[in-house]
Design a protein around this ligand. Sequence first.
Ligand code: MN
Length: 198
Amino acid sequence: MFVLPKLDYAYNALEPHIDELTMTIHHTKHHQAYIDNANKALAGTPMESWAVEDILKDLSKTPDDKRNAVRNNAGGHYNHSLFWQMMGPGKGGSPSGNLGDAIKEKFGGFDKVQEQFANAGLTRFGSGWAWLVSNKGTLEIVSTANQDTPLSEGKIPLLGCDVWEHAYYVRYFNKRADYIKAWWNVVNWDFVQSRFKG
Ligand code: MN
């Protein structure tokens, strides 16, 4: 049984970049709904007690008639659980340490990452996520549709930005680019760096 994780900060703590109403609805309604639907889909299956990571790493083990529901809702639970930790008040700045070095080597600099990451988010038609991932130690920028997670493709999500309209519409309306630009101000690089072993 999955349960809604508590946030380490208040719903208004990411203002003005991410507004309080968006955070409240996103956490208590959207994330909760993914959890409820994942629990419902997994009830009575052998995967009921599995960690969400283990379920998503190999969706082929999910019963055929449950697979789509699990993919969407366990995926939604996992992605959002990460997302809350990938943000924080008084954060932003740029990555340093191992990750900073790897970014410089792979992309040429953090500004290039921001550009490619934003592009991944902007070109994702409809709903989905932009990601910085580690693919067996190599950094990549990708996007996924809906609640698909890079974990299901054998990649470790390091940083993810939710580009569903529910993540930004209240403050930014249709301006996804403005949301992504502002979102860099709340990225918790300490958490992101802790996920990078490469
Ligand atoms: Mn969301």
